[in-house]
Design a binder for this molecule. Structure first.
Ligand SMILES: CCCCCCCCCCC/C=C/C(=O)SCCNC(=O)CCNC(=O)[C@H](O)C(C)(C)COP(=O)(O)OP(=O)(O)OC[C@H]1O[C@@H](n2cnc3c(N)ncnc32)[C@H](O)[C@@H]1OP(=O)(O)O
Ligand SMILES: NC(=O)C1=CN([C@@H]2O[C@H](COP(=O)(O)OP(=O)(O)OC[C@H]3O[C@@H](n4cnc5c(N)ncnc54)[C@H](OP(=O)(O)O)[C@@H]3O)[C@@H](O)[C@H]2O)C=CC1
Length: 270
């Protein structure tokens, strides 16, 4: 059978210039590497320079182009400047809002600064970057925001993140409508559990086992599977897809949520 990584022909994204947030690790890194391999020039940000440099080395070793631009996406001015700097040199055809995350807590235990930190990272920063990207797209563009499966259904232990991701879902639809006439497509990808180093560091083997068992396709999502879908949605093949929340979750959305609150981590939801 054809391998997933062989579906796109080499050079499928020649001429594309894509900015990826959180490109130094996990899903963002897989996205950056895949897009560069398909011919795109990729700009990537993150707060730490070192992981971005590692992505740059991996991309360069495969013959691709990756421009590391460290910045904190919660600093709206810094994020706008980073994006504009990349676009001024390479143009801009795509933006992937991947930087994100949360901690697990019962809603009653989320303090104001914790709430704010998660909303700032997962929602407000996404809005600022989409807004900054709009005038930089010439002749159309594609925006993708990485969300979380089940946000629209609710989840236990992630009230702040669910609220932020639901905001991103609404933002995706609003921007898709406002910007469609300029051929700017706006979509959201909602992965299930992806066994990235960051997720491994914040979960136990037992929890991962349980998440695997509860996923109708009985395995976790590979970062490369998210990256492959990103490549498709950035390509002209997806030219009529906009305003959508698209799940890459092996059917997790159809199963019962797993309790991510620290007191009941991994238990059946009551
Ligand atoms: C059938 C199966 C269905 C399955 C369905 C899918 C289920 C999927 C489950 C998992 C999905 C998601 C996985 C991931 O996203 S993993 C990858 C992302 N990585 C992370 O999320 C880890 C990184 N997290 C963070 O960096 C932080 O949590 C944060 C996003 C908040 C970053 O904040 P910041 O850098 O600003 O951090 P500070 O240390 O300054 O903290 C600011 C305030 O935040 C509060 N806080 C932070 N951490 C915690 C904590 N662990 N517990 C409680 N509160 C926390 C804290 O209040 C800080 O304010 P204070 O000054 O008042 O302390
Ligand atoms: N792993 C999973 O199971 C799932 C993950 N997701 C989502 O996918 C995305 C990627 O997750 P994953 O790869 O697992 O996690 P990582 O923690 O590896 O990726 C997050 C990336 O974002 C960067 N980042 C975090 N905060 C900021 C900031 N303020 N400014 C700029 N960059 C920042 C981090 O780099 P640095 O620390 O250097 O800033 C890091 O490279 C996240 O939005 C996550 O919530 C969704 C569903 C499931």
């Amino acid at each position: 059978m054809t391998r997933a990584a062989d579906i796109f022909r080499e050079g499928a994204l020649d001429g594309a210039a894509v900015f990826v947030t959180g490109a130094g690790t996990g899903i963002g890194r897989a996205i950056a590497e895949r897009l560069a391999r398909l011919g795109a020039v990729v700009g990537g940000c993150g707060r730490r320079a070192e992981p971005l440099d590692q992505t740059a080395s991996a991309v360069a070793a495969a013959g691709g182009r990756f421009v590391p631009i460290p910045c904190d996406v919660r600093d709206a001015d810094a994020a706008r400047t980073a994006l504009a700097e990349f676009a001024s040199r390479h143009g801009l055809t795509g933006l992937v809002n991947n930087a994100g995350g949360q901690f697990y807590a019962a809603a009653e235990d989320i303090r104001p600064r914790g709430w704010q930190a998660v909303i700032d990272l997962n929602l407000t920063a996404v809005f600022h970057l989409c807004q900054a990207a709009r005038p930089l797209f010439r002749g159309g563009g594609s925006i993708l925001s990485i969300s979380l499966t089940g946000a629209e259904r609710g989840a236990l232990g992630m009230a702040h993140s669910v609220a932020a991701r639901s905001g991103v879902a609404g933002l995706t639809k609003a921007l898709a409508l406002e910007w469609a006439a300029d051929d700017i497509r706006v979509n959201c990808i909602a992965p299930g559990t992806v066994a990235t180093p960051a997720f491994q560091a914040n979960s136990t083997p037992e929890l991962r086992d349980r998440l695997r068992r509860e996923t109708p396709i009985r395995r976790l999502v590979e970062p490369a599977e998210v990256a492959e879908f990103v490549a498709f949605l950035l390509s002209p093949a997806a030219g009529m897809i906009t305003g959508q929340i698209l799940r890459v979750d092996g059917g997790s959305f159809l199963a019962a949520p797993v309790d991510m609150r620290p007191a009941g981590l991994g238990k059946e939801a009551a």
